[in-house]
Design a protein around this ligand. Structure first.
Ligand code: EPU
Length: 417
């Protein structure tokens, strides 16, 4: 099995460009199911997850051609299927984003129910509640969700019980082709939702309020193809910013949207980093001594859960004790036990962990358990003394494009073995 091997203890320096956002690319691909193509999508990261979503669309009869680096033509004129099987959903939960668009375009969708995953139970009850409110008949049997509607879906007022990113995306996509007005209240406000809304609007959808907690969608009869460039990946950007912090380095991350990174930027400043923002780029200079900070994850614009594992690695080397509280997922501290193996002093109590900074981490053989946990181990490995070998790097390949090459260009000694 492939491993990443890092010789740590090197201060990273230089400039690195951020790739397209995984969590915006996936819903944008599924949104193409709402209209026949051809669409041209740009700034699509080359990741395991994008390969999976492409496979899913192709299995539904959609033709996808790679036009160049990060650029695809998606043609759904031949859409003939309506089923997303377990084999694909089990490798990527976001596969359930086919549910809303398939239902809206074809009147039926059969999608495997995602099971629990490494970071939590992650049910999709809110997706289903929303689609039911739009008039869908939902039947769950043999591990599959079957959704169907006679005629068009009907607009409705939907109050989400909790803030869910892909839940809102699924409902928003379905509502674009519904009859009448849909109002989603207590909606998630993540930049990826705004990106999807922009894509849908370019396709002819009538959407207001994306990025706020109330989104209004006036259904239209049909949507059309467009060309669209994806937004940058704020979590990848954040991971490089954390790399500057943990190695006491000096990294400029280009192609970023500052507002999307605000909560992280503020925390890194608190930790002693010097941050300089320029047009679409951010320079992070790591401190000599990392100051401990307290972090509580929250839906956007709060501190992203997808950066919790990485900030914990940074705090493992802080000059004092930090408190990190995870409020989004119930089991997102799997990286802790691996960080212990590198000498970190972390105690977990329910959803809160106390990270007592140590003077140095030591390289070790560690195992990635999920995507962001892998990123945390990568960061720890960059700062640790000696060699770190990260096993199960397929998790990392789900969300970080050319990561060894990008880190290598900043001076890291890193290779795949
Ligand atoms: N939840 C429910 N019922 C639902 C939906 C969600 O109880 O119907 C719960 C979840 O179990 C969780 C919380 O609500 O406790 C929030 O989950 P959310 O639905 O917002 O997560 P998601 O949409 O499944 C997306 C990202 C995740 C990211 C979260 C939170 C994609 C493809 N995935 O997941 O990204 O952590 O939002 O911001 O957009 C990652 O990239 O590593 C990743 C896990």
């Amino acid at each position: 099995m492939e491993k990443i091997v890092i010789e740590g203890g090197i201060r990273l320096e230089g400039e690195v460009e951020v790739s397209g956002a995984k969590n915006a690319a996936l819903p944008i691909f599924t949104a193409t199911l709402l209209a026949p193509g051809p669409f041209r999508l740009g700034n699509i990261p080359n990741l395991r997850d994008t390969v999976t979503i492409i496979k899913i669309l192709e299995s539904l009869g959609v033709k996808i051609e790679k036009l160049g680096e990060g650029e695809y033509e998606v043609d759904g004129t031949g859409l003939c299927g309506h089923e997303t099987p377990y084999d694909l959903v089990k490798t990527m939960r976001a596969s359930c984003l086919t549910l809303g668009p398939l239902l809206a375009r074809t009147g039926k969708a059969k999608v495997s129910l995602p099971g629990g995953c490494a970071i939590g139970e992650r049910p999709i009850d809110q997706h289903l509640k929303g689609l039911e409110a739009l008039g869908a008949k939902i039947d769950i049997s043999h591990g599959y969700v079957k959704a169907s509607v006679d005629g068009r879906l009907k607009g409705a007022r939907i109050i989400m019980d909790l803030v869910t990113v892909t839940g809102v995306m699924n409902i928003m996509m379905a509502a674009t082709l519904a009859e009448g007005k849909t109002v989603i209240e207590n909606a998630a406000r993540e930049p990826e939702i705004v990106a999807l809304a922009k894509f849908l609007t370019a396709m002819g959808a009538k959407i207001n309020g994306a990025g706020s907690s109330i989104i209004t969608i006036d259904g239209v009869e049909s949507l059309h193809h467009v060309d669209f460039d994806n937004i940058p990946d704020r979590i990848e950007a954040g991971t490089f910013m954390a790399a500057a912090a943990i190695t006491g380095g000096d990294i400029t991350v280009t192609g970023v949207v500052h507002n999307d990174l605000h909560a992280l930027t503020e925390k890194l400043k608190e930790a002693g980093c010097e941050i300089t923002e320029a047009v679409k780029s951010v320079r992070v200079q790591g401190p000599d001594k990392i100051r401990p900070i307290h972090v509580t994850t929250a839906p956007f614009p709060g501190f992203p859960t997808d950066m919790q594992a990485q900030i914990m690695a940074v705090m493992a080397l802080a000059d004092g004790a930090s408190i990190i509280t995870e409020t989004i997922f119930e089991n997102r501290f799997m990286h802790v036990a691996e960080l212990w193996r590198m000498g970190a002093d972390i105690t977990v109590n329910g959803s809160t962990s106390t990270v007592c900074g140590v003077r140095s981490l030591s390289g070790a053989d560690v195992m990635a358990t999920d995507l962001r946990a892998s990123a945390s181990l990568l960061l720890a490995g960059l700062a640790a003394k000696g060699v770190t070998r990260i096993d199960r790097i397929y998790h990392l390949q789900r969300g970080y494009e050319r990561i060894e090459r990008k880190l290598g260009s900043l001076g890291a000694i890193i290779r795949r073995e």
